[in-house]
Design a protein around this ligand. Structure first.
Ligand SMILES: C[S@@+](CC[C@H](N)C(=O)[O-])C[C@H]1O[C@@H](n2cnc3c(N)ncnc32)[C@H](O)[C@@H]1O
Length: 289
């Protein structure tokens, strides 16, 4: 193989591109197994994302990577790494704050007024990425617990990116990720490093105490979790699926939602025209029938 010297002066052995036909093989696989649409316009993006893995594996071409990936060994060893590079994981603390206000102002007071026999309030963050969403939920629920000492809660975060789940489990973030967190909450729930040069913050153990994190593919026929929830957040995940897949996934998520429970979607997503057991309450906020 031809070796070229790149601008940083190091040897770059890699000049190949992801062919249309290899792209289609990956694209079909990602769509059928994980629901994620990968139209032809995304070929260059996928090429860029897979390059990192090809370099790490010391491979010479995309077709070599494809052969390996679809082999028995590749499916055993490479699948999770592949998911780490093909998923889009953008997220923030207090992203789309209307949902957290609604949770605090409407959902939690209604839960408090029900007789729940000491059952915990249960929330699922489906497609939780690196944890900012479940930790934001945890901030809101911890605040509610401060005022209502008998209140108990339980949060599940799930994703298909194990790299993101590991980041979520660590709970360490760049300090500048907290710009969206109100000052008082930042002081109460995030710990600065003692080293002034360390620009990271760690979530307070209070935020982690009631959170479980798990790998779960929303495309699975049967979900491994059997419990039901008071609220399901599935925000900015459905956007990667086509309408048919969205409808199927939402119906499965609704099986895990208690009657009267709430379902939140992202602001650029819509359920209009879908056959799902949800009543529209406000834009992006739904209630299980
Ligand atoms: C853009 S992030 C959204 C994170 C968070 N919900 C938010 O709104 O900030 C989308 C997440 O969905 C996950 N995802 C994509 N397809 C999935 C699937 N089939 N099952 C579970 N999670 C999936 C991705 O790995 C990614 O972390």
């Amino acid at each position: 193989m031809e070796k070229t010297v790149n601008t940083s002066g190091s040897f770059d052995c890699f000049k190949a591109e992801l062919s249309e036909s290899d792209f289609q093989v990956f694209s079909r696989f990602i769509y059928s197994e994980y629901g994620i649409k990968m139209p032809p316009i995304k070929r260059i993006m996928l090429q860029g994302r897979l390059l990192k893995r090809i370099r790490e594996l010391n491979m010479g071409s995309y077709s070599e990577y494809k052969e390996y990936f679809f082999s028995k060994e590749g499916q055993d060893k490479e699948l999770l790494q592949f998911l780490n590079v093909v998923t889009t994981n953008k997220t923030d603390f207090f992203r789309e704050p209307v949902h957290f206000n609604f949770l605090n102002d409407t959902v939690l007071p209604a839960f408090r007024s029900q007789s729940t026999n000491g059952q915990p309030f249960k929330v699922w963050s489906a497609g939780c990425s690196s944890g900012e969403e479940p930790y934001t939920i945890s901030v809101v629920l911890n605040e509610f617990e401060r005022l209502n000492p008998n209140f108990k809660f339980d949060i599940l975060g799930s994703d298909i990116s194990t790299q993101m789940l590991e980041k979520a489990a660590k709970g360490v973030y760049q300090a500048n990720k907290l710009v969206t967190v109100p000052m008082e909450l930042k002081k109460r729930y995030f710990l600065k490093s003692k080293d002034p040069h360390n620009q990271t913050v760690r979530v307070h153990p209070l935020l982690q105490k009631n959170i479980r994190l798990t790998y779960l593919n929303l495309m699975d026929n049967l979900y491994s979790i059997k419990e039901t929830f008071d609220v399901v957040f599935c925000r900015n995940v459905l956007i990667y699926f086509d309408r048919q897949t969205q409808e199927r996934v939402i119906n499965k998520l609704c099986l895990q939602l208690k009657p009267g429970g709430y379902f939140f979607i992202g602001h650029s997503e819509s359920l209009s025209g879908m056959n799902v057991p949800l009543e529209h309450i406000k834009p992006t906020i739904f209630k299980k029938l």
